[in-house]
Design a protein around this ligand. Structure first.
Ligand code: ATP
Ligand code: MG
Length: 247
């Protein structure tokens, strides 16, 4: 359910088949909906196609059949820069900041299309949301902690005021304490009204903060439901959560 009681779909995939190499489909008919205001988690084993699914919504992998829609408009295979203009933000799984640039320069890179005054306003809004970035505004991104880097990567994606934010494993490689921080940050962003799709390897934590979740397996959604239902679903526990620490 969306938080405001409406059921307005902001982003959806319908029967999406997508892949990188000719003749090899990675997504084999994926169906996905994100409702306005929602935080939706995507979990599943390594290689299931989680990153491919979010990339297929950001023009980074060829969609061979099916449709991706943003607020009812087909956006299938549009290039990333057009999707940014339409209100989609994406934080990739790796290499999501420029280490040799400062925090401020990284944020500016997220909004090079905007007039300078607007850029300053957006930096202000983002440092209000993440004060730690404000404290380190002239520091090179390469010197930030892992959690701060993720904060910066999300901040950069927020520069263009996206309606939808796609996050690919924001907690990857972080200590448990920093993972908690990242999940708190994701929740804070969601509370500002941004609808969020979050891929996560930390399935339990992800489902705990998600309104709904999808379990992907072999390029298809195998299960979906509220975060709570999936956490208690016997099949999901046996297949995907059982071996993970209930952290
Ligand atoms: N650029 C690429 N070129 C060719 N094959 C790719 C490419 N990226 C991913 N694949 C293949 O697509 C499949 C799904 O990969 P994907 O990265 O979507 O999985 P994932 O669910 O995100 O896994 P992980 O949990 O390890 O991040 C894998 O078999 C992978 O080898
Ligand atoms: Mg991945």
């Amino acid at each position: 359910m969306s938080k405001n009681g409406e059921r307005e779909v902001v982003l959806s995939s319908k029967d999406v088949v997508a892949g990188y190499l000719p003749g090899v489909d990675i997504l084999t008919g994926c169906n996905f909906d994100l409702y306005k205001g929602e935080l939706v988690g995507i979990i599943g084993p390594n290689g299931a196609g989680k990153s491919t699914l979010v990339k297929s919504m950001f023009g980074l992998v060829e969609v061979r059949s099916g449709v991706v829609e943003l607020m009812g408009e087909a956006i299938t295979n549009l290039p990333a820069h057009q999707l940014v203009e339409k209100g989609v933000g994406f934080v990739p799984q790796t290499e999501n900041v420029f280490p040799s640039l400062t925090v401020s320069e990284n944020l500016e890179m997220g909004a090079y299309q905007l007039p300078k005054q607007q850029v300053e306003k957006r930096i202000q809004a983002i440092t209000d949301l993440f004060p730690r970035l404000g404290e380190r505004i002239r520091q090179r991104a390469g010197l930030l902690s892992g959690g701060e880097r993720q904060m910066l990567a999300m901040g950069r994606a927020l520069m263009m005021e996206p309606k939808v934010l796609l996050l690919d494993e924001p907690s990857a490689g972080l200590s448990p304490a920093l993972q908690v921080e990242v999940f708190e940050n994701v929740t804070s962003i969601n509370k500002t009204g941004v609808s969020i799709v979050m891929v996560e390897q930390n399935a339990t934590r992800c489902l705990k903060i998600s309104d709904r979740g999808y379990v992907l397996d072999q390029g298809k959604n195998a299960y979906d439901g509220t975060g709570k239902d999936l956490l208690n679903d016997e099949n999901v526990i046996k297949l995907y959560l059982g071996t993970l620490a209930q952290s």
